[in-house]
Design a protein around this ligand. Structure first.
Ligand code: G4P
Length: 524
C-alpha cells in the first residue's frame, strides 16, 4: 500500500553537537550526497558568533538563516530524508530540546581532539529521556586527536550509552590513511584533497592484499585493533540501537567529505522509520490511516510588516493533505490549510500531501502554540514537549504606557512560540520572564519593539530556580503555598510554580515538605 511504503522510507533526524565540532559541515556534505545542493558552502553556519551576544543584526541573521535551513528534506536512493536543524547557540537550547521531540533518531558529531563536550552531554540527556536512537560520527580525523579507544570509553562514560564502532580509523592527522568499514568489510582509503576521493577496496581484513594499500605496520596494527574491537564490543545489534541503548560509531572527516557516505549509507539502512508516539490518551502508530501531528516549533517571519508566523508540524501518523479539514484540538475547531509548506533542500514550496515523519510548515496568524495537536477529528493530546526550569529571571515591565496592549500581546505570542517562559507572581502580580541565557532577553526586547511596537524594561530579580510543584497531600500543599505566598507563581497553563531564591532555600523546602514533589521540567 502507498501509505505504508511512503512512511517506511522516511528518515527524520537531527544532527547535534557542541558548537564547532562540525555539525554544519557534516549536514552540508549529507545534502551534497543527496543531490539537494551542488556546491560546498551553500549551507551557511547558523551559529551566532560567540562574541556577538548583543549584536542585533547577528540575531536577525540567525533567524533568517535558520528559517531557511530549519528542515532540509531530500531523496536519497529509495529514502526520503528530513534533517532538522538545531540552533548551535546554547542560549537557544530549549529550542533544540523541542526539535528533538520531532525526530526519530539523531547523529551526534564529536570532535576527535575535544571528545565529548558540555552541549553534547546536555543534548544526549534529552535523547536518553526519549530513548532516541543515536549514531556517533567522530570528526576531524585529518587532525591529531585522542586515541580512538579513549574516545569510545569517553562516549560510553559521558553519554551513558553502549557503543559499537562500525568503522575504524587508520592513524590520524598527517598520517591519516583512511578507515576500515567494519559494517561492510571494506577498506576506504583517504587521499587528502578537497575533492571526494574515497577509494573503496572490498576485502576481508585478513586478506594479504591489505598490505598493497597500507604499510605492513599499519595493516598489522589495524588487524590487531579490529580483533580487539570484536573481542571487547558485542556484535552490533540493531534492536539495541533502535531502543536507544547502543550507539554505532563512525570515524571520518566531514570537511574532507571522508567517511560521510559510509555513515549515510549505513544510516538509511539501520535508522528507524517514523516511530510510534505517545499521546495522553493512547499510543499513536505512524502507519495509522488517520492524520495526526503536533506543533514543535513556531517561527516568526522576518518581515516586520506582515506579522506572520510559520508553525512547524511533525506528522505523526497517516497522511496530511492540503485543503482538508483537520481538528485543532485545543480550540476544538476544524481548520484547513491552503498553503502548507514543504521543506525540500533549502527551498520552501507548497505541498499537496505529506506523510508521517515529514515536517509541514503552516502559515499562522496566532492560532498555534508549541505542543498543539492536530488530528483528523480525534480528541488527542501529544505529550513530550517539556519546558525546563529556566536559569535566568527578570521582571518584565512596560516602558511605554500607551502601548500596554501591544506589550501584552507580544509577550503572549512570544511565549507561545516558546522563546522563553512567563511566570506571574501570585503575591504582587508581577510578570517574570525565565530563560536559559542572556541572549533570549535581548531577542525578546528587540522583537517586542520591532514586531509589536512595544517597549519593555527589565528589572532584576534574585532567583535560583523556578520549579513546578504538586502533591497528593492537599493540606501540606496548601500549607506550603500559604507559607511561601510571596514566592508562589503560576505558569502560562496556570500551574503552581515555586520561585526558589537559592539552592539552600530549595533544599530546605524539599526537606520540610516531604509530601510535595518539586519538578525541574514541566512534564511530570
Ligand atoms: P558546527 O556547525 O558544529 O558549529 O561546526 P562547523 O561545521 O561550522 O565546523 C567548525 C569548524 O570546524 C569549521 O572551521 C570547519 O571548517 C571545521 N571542520 C569541520 N569538519 C572538519 C574536519 O573534518 N576537519 C577539519 N580539520 N576541520 C573541520 P572554521 O575555521 O571555524 O570555519 P570555516 O571558516 O572553515 O567555515
Amino acid at each position: 500500500m502507498d501509505l505504508k511504503k511512503e512512511i517506511l522510507k522516511r528518515r527524520t533526524f537531527a544532527v547535534i553537537s557542541h558548537p564547532d565540532a562540525g555539525k554544519t559541515t557534516l549536514t552540508e556534505k549529507l545534502l551534497l550526497f543527496g543531490g539537494a545542493i551542488h556546491v560546498a558552502g551553500a549551507v551557511k553556519s547558523n551559529k551566532i558568533k560567540k562574541t556577538a551576544t548583543s549584536d542585533w543584526m547577528e540575531i536577525e541573521k540567525q533567524r533568517g538563516i535558520s528559517v531557511a535551513t530549519s528542515v532540509m528534506g531530500f531523496d536519497y536512493n529509495d529514502y526520503k530524508i528530513n534533517i532538522l536543524d538545531t540552533p548551535g547557540h546554547q542560549d537557544f537550547a530549549e529550542d533544540t530540546f523541542r526539535t528533538l521531540t520531532a525526530v526519530d533518531s539523531v547523529i551526534v558529531v564529536v570532535d576527535v581532539a575535544k571528545g565529548v563536550e558540555t552541549q553534547t552531554r546536555r543534548l544526549m540527556e534529552v535523547c536518553r529521556m526519549r530513548n532516541t536512537p543515536v549514531m556517533v560520527f567522530v570528526n576531524k580525523l585529518d587532525r591529531e586527536g585522542k586515541d580512538p579507544f579513549e574516545i569510545l570509553d569517553e562516549l560510553e562514560e559521558e553519554l551513558q550509552i553502549n557503543v559499537r564502532p562500525l568503522s575504524w580509523p587508520i592513524d590520524m592527522g598527517d598520517r591519516f590513511r583512511g578507515v576500515y568499514n567494519i559494517y561492510r568489510n571494506s577498506l576506504d582509503l583517504y587521499k587528502p584533497s578537497k575533492q571526494v576521493v574515497t577509494e573503496s577496496v572490498h576485502h576481508d581484513i585478513e586478506s594479504p592484499e591489505l598490505e598493497e594499500h597500507i604499510s605492513a605496520d599499519l595493516a598489522g596494527k589495524l588487524r590487531g585493533e579490529v580483533e580487539l574491537i570484536t573481542e571487547v564490543y558485542p556484535e552490533f545489534n540493531r534492536d539495541e540501537y533502535l531502543a536507544g541503548k547502543l550507539a554505532p560509531v563512525f570515524f571520518g572527516s566531514a570537511l574532507n567529505n571522508f567517511g560521510v557516505k559510509e555513515l549515510l549509507d549505513c544510516f538509511v539502512e539501520i535508522a528507524p522509520s517514523p516511530r510510534k508516539i505517545e499521546a495522553v490518551e493512547r499510543v499513536v502508530e505512524p502507519l495509522e490511516e488517520d492524520f495526526t501531528g503536533f506543533i514543535f516549533k513556531i517561527h516568526a517571519n522576518m518581515d516586520p510588516n506582515h506579522r506572520s508566523r510559520l508553525a512547524f508540524v511533525k506528522v505523526c501518523s497517516g497522511k496530511f493533505e492540503r485543503n482538508v479539514n483537520y481538528k485543532h484540538v485545543r480550540f476544538n475547531r476544524m481548520m484547513k490549510f491552503s498553503s502548507p509548506t514543504a521543506f525540500m533542500a533549502q527551498k520552501k514550496e507548497i505541498l499537496d500531501e505529506a506523510y508521517a515523519g515529514d515536517i509541514v510548515g503552516l502559515p499562522d496568524t496566532g492560532n498555534f502554540k508549541i505542543g498543539d495537536t492536530l488530528t483528523s477529528g480525534e480528541e488527542l493530546h501529544f505529550k513530550g514537549l517539556p519546558s525546563f526550569s529556566p536559569e535566568m529571571f527578570k521582571y518584565i515591565e512596560n516602558a511605554d504606557p500607551l502601548k500596554s496592549k501591544q506589550l501584552q500581546k507580544g509577550v503572549e505570542q512570544l511565549m507561545d512560540e516558546g522563546v522563553a517562559q512567563l511566570f506571574t507572581n501570585q503575591f504582587n502580580g508581577r510578570k517574570i520572564i525565565g530563560t536559559v541565557g542572556q541572549l533570549q532577553f535581548e531577542v525578546i526586547e528587540y522583537r517586542l519593539l520591532h514586531e509589536y511596537g512595544a517597549q519593555c524594561r527589565w528589572q532584576p530579580i534574585q532567583l535560583y530556580k523556578a520549579c513546578w510543584i504538586e502533591s497528593d497531600d492537599k493540606e501540606q500543599l496548601d500549607d506550603f503555598k500559604k507559607r511561601k505566598y510571596q514566592y508562589m507563581a503560576k505558569d502560562k497553563q496556570g500551574r503552581d510554580v515555586f520561585l526558589a531564591e537559592s539552592n539552600y532555600i530549595l533544599m530546605m523546602a524539599q526537606q520540610d515538605f516531604k509530601n510535595i514533589r518539586f519538578h525541574f521540567s514541566s512534564e511530570y
